[in-house]
Design a protein around this ligand. Structure first.
Ligand SMILES: [Zn+2]
Length: 218
C-alpha cells in the first residue's frame, strides 16, 4: 500500500516505526488507529501550510487558518454545534457558520482501511470550503463541491511541489479508489451535490495539474 508522508520530523519518525512494523506482534488495530491520527495531523499541517504560504500569489487579503474541531465519535465525543445545529455522524464537514473542520472518526477509519490517501483527500476537500469562504463571491463557483475537490488537488500537489508532502507508489491508485468511494457509497456524498465519482476525480486532477488558478472561474 502506498503512503503519503509529509517531510517533517514527527512524521519521519512515524515512517520509521511503520517501516519496521511489518508482521510485528503489536495489535494491528491499535497501530492503525495510531497511524491514522498521525496522518490526520500531517494532513492538517500540510494543507494549512500550503494555503498560508501561497495565498498572496492568488488572492488579495490575508489568509487565516480555519478552526479544526477534529474528530467526534458515537459514544465517545458528540458532534459539535455548527451555528444553531449539531453536525451529524457519518460525515465530514466544514462548518461555514463558525469556520471550522470536523469529522466522524468512524468515517475516517473506514476510508483509511483502503489507504491513507483518504484522510488527506477529506481534509483537503473540507479545507477547500474554508478557502471558498475566504474568497470574493465572484470566485466561488456554482459547482461548489467540485471546486472544493479541485482546490484539494491544487493544495496536495502544490504541497508535494513544495517538498512538504511526498507521494509514493500506490498513492495515485488510492486516490482513484477514494474518489470511487466518495462518489458512490459514502453517506456524505450526494451525487447531485458533489458530482459523480468521475466528475470528482476529474476536478481533483484539474487542480493537481493546473493548480489554484485552474479551480477559479475563467
Ligand atoms: Zn464538500
Amino acid at each position: 500500500m502506498g503512503r503519503w508522508r509529509a517531510a517533517w520530523l514527527v512524521l519521519a519518525l512515524t515512517s520509521l516505526i511503520t517501516a519496521g512494523a511489518g508482521g510485528g506482534i503489536a495489535a494491528a488495530s491499535e497501530r492503525q488507529v495510531d497511524d491514522m491520527d498521525k496522518d490526520i495531523s500531517a494532513a492538517v499541517y500540510v494543507v494549512n501550510r500550503y494555503w498560508s504560504s501561497h495565498w498572496s500569489r492568488f488572492f488579495t487579503g490575508r489568509y487565516s487558518s480555519p478552526g479544526v474541531f477534529g474528530g467526534y465519535q458515537r459514544g465517545v465525543r458528540k458532534p459539535p454545534l455548527c451555528g444553531p445545529d449539531r453536525l451529524t455522524y457519518d460525515n465530514a464537514w466544514y462548518c461555514w457558520n463558525d469556520d471550522y473542520l470536523a469529522w466522524d472518526v468512524d468515517l475516517m477509519r473506514e476510508g483509511y482501511r483502503s489507504g491513507d490517501a483518504w484522510v488527506y483527500l477529506v481534509i483537503a476537500h473540507e479545507w477547500g470550503h474554508a478557502v471558498q469562504r475566504r474568497l470574493n463571491r465572484s470566485l466561488v463557483m456554482r459547482t461548489y463541491e467540485l471546486q472544493a475537490d479541485c482546490l484539494a488537488g491544487a493544495a496536495l500537489y502544490g504541497a508535494a511541489a513544495d517538498g512538504i508532502l511526498r507521494f509514493e507508489k500506490g498513492d495515485v491508485a488510492e486516490i482513484e479508489v477514494a474518489h470511487r468511494r466518495m462518489g458512490d457509497t459514502t453517506p456524505w456524498t450526494d451525487v447531485s451535490d458533489h458530482g459523480t465519482a468521475a466528475q470528482r476525480m476529474s476536478s481533483f486532477k484539474r487542480g493537481a495539474k493546473y493548480g489554484v488558478r485552474g479551480c477559479l472561474p475563467d
